[in-house]
Design a protein around this ligand. Structure first.
Ligand code: PMV
Ligand code: MG
Length: 330
């Protein structure tokens, strides 16, 4: 019998770069653009993703290492529950890209969560969002990922969340020293809170069609992160969370403008020309727009409080060569 699972995309609203420092927070939103996984037991292992033009087994393959590493961790996880992994076929579709250009919705985090969901579905195991997050973060940390893990938190919870980062270095060391079961059972020290917004707005995503590599941007920007950037960003991330929860539009707009401004000051690499145009398009309208994630391309976001403003914004984006990738009414 075939089991089908799916995972969403994610985008940052606030807290980028800051959340890389332990204890700092970010706000991320799930994006309903999905990756699908179909899994069933089979004679031998077969992994296929529509990102590539070939299928593989568990023999290490350059294209499939992320999926294969996830399978290896899940094998260990199942063993810790006295289950032995049997061969399966997993087919992954819904590459978050067009014409070979990624959207920047967190496809690598999404594929890890998808593989975890597929294997647990195959064995009829129900994992909580939190257990799924920890396993996905475990896979990424074991691989030496330099991210905050905010992406996998959002994708595992599939919700608008506040995410506060944990000491990834410490957990990575424990992964090297202790069995998976023991590491997973510990309190890692992160905070994840779901946010139910109490105001209505259009959530718009503008795609620059310029793929950016987060890892490179992080390496480029990290040295500029100061304690004052961290303190100011954290203050407005928390203000944004409160404003969403209390339905305070003006504070929401102010806090997003503030974190956007802080990013602009942090490094010129973040707001490239397209993202500056994306932000400029919100001028004079009842909306707020900013870059999302590492910047340098990928997507930007806008929160619009007036449907006519949304239309004008989208038109201005179009003129600037920015495509409306996603739209949701909250
Ligand atoms: O561009 P993205 O979606 O990969 O976001 C990166 C956000 C950073 O804060 C810059 C890095 C991270 O892992 O949190
Ligand atoms: Mg990005």
């Amino acid at each position: 019998m075939t089991k089908t699972v799916r995972t969403c995309g994610k985008l940052y609203l606030a807290g980028e770069y800051s959340v890389l420092t332990t204890g700092q927070g970010a706000i991320l939103k799930n994006i309903s653009i999905y990756m699908t996984g179909e899994i069933h037991f089979s004679e031998c292992y077969q992994l296929f993703s529509d990102m590539f033009d070939h299928a593989v087994d568990l023999t290490p393959d350059d294209d499939y290492h992320l999926i294969q590493d996830t399978v290896a961790v899940m094998d260990e996880f199942l063993q810790s529950r006295s289950i032995s992994l049997r061969p399966f076929s997993l087919t992954i579709t819904g590459k978050m890209e067009r014409d070979g250009k990624k959207f920047g919705l967190g496809s690598s985090g999404s594929v890890v969560v998808l593989t975890i969901r597929a294997i647990t579905a195959l064995y009829g195991l129900a994992l909580s969002a939190d257990e799924t997050f920890k396993l996905a973060a475990y896979v990424l940390l074991k691989r030496g990922d330099n991210g905050s893990m905010g992406d996998v938190a959002c994708i595992a919870y599939e919700d608008l969340i506040y995410y506060q980062s944990f000491d990834r270095q410490k957990i990575a060391e424990q992964i090297n020293e202790s069995p998976l079961k023991q590491v997973i059972a510990q309190d890692w020290g992160y905070v994840i809170r779901r946010i139910q917004p109490q105001l209505t707005f259009d959530f718009l995503v503008g795609w620059t069609k310029e793929p950016a590599i987060s890892r490179d941007l992080i390496n480029q920007v990290t040295s500029a992160i100061s304690s004052s950037f961290l303190a100011q960003t954290q203050e407005d991330v928390l203000r944004l969370e409160k404003a969403l929860l209390a339905g305070e539009k003006e504070i929401l707009k102010e806090s997003l403008e503030k974190v956007s401004h802080l990013l602009m000051e942090l490094s010129p690499a973040i707001y490239n020309e397209k993202l500056r145009a994306l932000k400029r398009a919100s001028q004079g309208l009842d909306c707020v727009a900013k870059s999302s994630g590492a910047g340098g391309g990928d997507c930007g976001i806008a929160l619009s409080f007036d449907s006519q403003a949304s239309e004008i914004l989208v038109e201005r984006w179009q003129v600037a060569g920015i495509e409306l990738l996603y739209r949701e009414k909250l």
